[in-house]
Write a new protein. Structure first.
Lengths: 419, 134
């Protein structure tokens, strides 16, 4: 079934708006064919993941767009890169790759994208509203946008993100459509202790289970405490988009399209998977790759720490001495705000290593002693072993700080016991 | 069983590499060699380069399109990819590789319980329907 195009779409395709717009429209239209879209829709904003350097192909694509006169036509934010521009002395990996990475970043800024350099664009003030159609890439941002904001993006990859930003159009398919947003399975928490539900340590682990169970499907989670906040949903979605391809989930009674289980499933009968304390312990242990207690470093803030998470970290480290390095990743906008807060001095006094614009699992930033790295992030735990060659241990933020003070893994095992 | 469907047209031939689990190209495949580096993947250490890669679906990251395009540029890409579920992110990598370098790899959606690692597989992916022969 061919994709129906408007006159405006065809005009861009034919090159009336320049070579870059024609290339961008060709890619959007061909992608529309792949996902079976009948037509395109307007999108009001974009988040671009393609600014992160993975080799010459990504750079050459950006150069080709700029040479063809590309400009984004809608507000467009940029994802992390491999360079911390605010702290340029940090490890940047291979110098030749760093030079190319910088060139690629510059090309996206030249196209009119905002140099936000964050994987958490939903922490910026002008985030999309409920029901708004956008084109977001970056797997954790996609999951948050659909699930928590109730804005609509399909699971976009690198390249189509900037193409949609240039032409302001995207395929009408996938999670842009009501029907595709309904839950196809339910994860029901059963016998999970109240203390664990109240701890941030649960959420990345639960996300890991969600990714394993759901794969590419939309799932609803029943049994989470009312008022579960954005930072916990962020951690959950990011882990689910790493171990699976989850682009949307519902937290019943919490996220905007799931006031009830009935609303989440659209009334359809769907399979139910029980998630017990035992399953959660097994998932926690699967996420970790290390054994033993000695630790080399701690890394938190993946996806980028929010202002609330930075504040909590500041209170946890206040007046304490860290015996191993503790890194926190955040976005430059959040960092600027944090620097104006009175608690920020506690982070500095404790020697917390603040990383902006990038993330500690992308490039070898961490200067660790021997031993694994502890993290509060399911996404970090999933990718770091392959990306930067470290073993990992997972725990909540408080456990991570206690471990950085002790220099070894400090975890409250009673938290994970049967309820 | 549904007929194999073409996501990206093309023809290819190669030895099959059948993955038991989904694989994210980003963080899962080293673009300079084509080696599977995902530490939790049951087939870690296998090499996708030149193979007909058969797997349930893609996984995770938006960056897999960049990594696949980079594999095509570097000559380390699979000969073709056969997925049980469509993956628009991998398809994008193939579309952009063709735009940039004039070459790409076919991607097909099919359920193929009969194919085993090492089988010689020919992929003939025309617009619409595709054919797989062993």
């Amino acid at each position: 079934m061919p994709v129906e195009l408007t006159e405006g779409d065809r005009s861009k395709l034919n090159g009336d708006h320049g070579e870059a717009a024609a290339l961008a429209m060709r890619i959007v239209v061909e992608s529309a064919g792949v996902v079976g879209a009948r037509r395109l829709i307007d999108v009001s904003a974009a988040h671009v993941d393609g600014c992160l350097y993975h080799g010459l192909a990504g750079l050459e694509f950006a150069e080709r767009l700029v040479a063809g006169g590309a400009r984004v036509s809608i507000p467009t934010t940029l994802n992390v890169s491999s360079l911390d521009l605010l702290h340029p002395k940090r490890g940047q990996g291979d110098p030749a790759a760093a030079t190319n990475a910088r060139r690629q970043m510059d090309k996206y800024v030249e196209m009119g994208c905002r140099p936000t350099w964050t994987c958490a664009p939903y922490q910026l003030p002008d985030r999309p509203a409920f029901g708004e159609h956008v084109a977001w890439a970056e797997s954790n941002a996609i999951a948050f946008c659909n699930s928590v904001l109730g804005a609509r993006t399909d699971r976009y990859g690198d390249f189509i993100d900037v193409c949609a930003a240039i032409v302001g159009r995207a395929p009408l398919a996938g999670l842009h459509l009501d029907e595709e947003r309904r839950a196809r399975l339910v994860l029901r928490l059963e016998g999970v202790p109240r203390r664990l539900l109240a701890s941030d340590a649960l959420y990345p682990v639960l996300g890991h289970i969600l990714g394993r169970e759901a794969g590419t499907a939309v799932a609803a989670i029943a049994g989470l405490p009312a008022g579960t906040g954005e930072d916990r949903l962020k951690a959950l979605g990011a882990a689910a988009a790493s171990s699976g391809s989850v682009a949307m989930f519902h937290a019943v009674g919490i996220t905007p399209e799931a006031p009830t289980l009935q609303a989440a499933t659209g009334g359809r009968k769907v399979p139910v998977v029980a998630v017990t304390a035992e399953r959660i312990r097994a998932a926690r242990d699967e996420l970790g790759t290390a054994t033993g207690e000695a630790l080399g470093a701690v890394s938190v803030g993946t996806p980028h720490a929010s202002i609330r998470e930075l504040e909590r970290l500041a209170h946890l480290v206040a007046e304490r001495r860290l015996v191993i390095p503790l890194y926190v990743n955040t976005g430059r906008d959040v960092l600027a705000k944090a620097e104006r807060s009175e608690w920020f001095a506690s982070l500095v006094a404790a020697g917390v290593e603040i990383v902006a614009d990038t993330c500690t699992y992308l490039v070898p930033i961490i200067e660790a002693g021997p031993g694994p790295v502890m993290t509060d992030s399911g996404k970090w735990a999933w990718y770091a072993p392959a990306n930067i060659g470290v073993d990992v241990v997972i725990g909540g933020l408080e456990e991570c700080v206690d471990s950085a003070v002790a220099g070894r893994v400090v975890r409250d095992e009673s938290l994970w016991a049967d309820g | 069983m549904a007929e194999p469907r073409t996501l990206i047209a093309g023809t290819a031939r190669g030895g099959a590499l059948v993955l038991e689990e989904p694989l994210s190209f980003w963080g899962g495949v080293e673009p300079s060699t084509g080696r599977v580096i995902d530490v939790r993947h049951p087939q870690r250490g296998a090499n996708v380069s030149g193979r007909v890669l058969v797997m349930p679906s893609g996984r995770g990251s938006s960056s897999s399109s960049s990594v696949l395009a980079e594999c095509v540029r570097a000559g380390t890409a699979p000969a073709a990819i056969v997925l049980a579920e469509p993956d628009p992110i991998l398809a994008l990598g193939a579309i952009v590789a063709r735009e940039l370098y004039g070459r790409t790899i076919p991607i097909v959606v099919a359920t193929v319980p009969g194919i085993r690692t090492g089988d010689d597989v020919a992929v003939n992916a025309a617009q619409g329907l595709a054919e797989l022969t062993t």
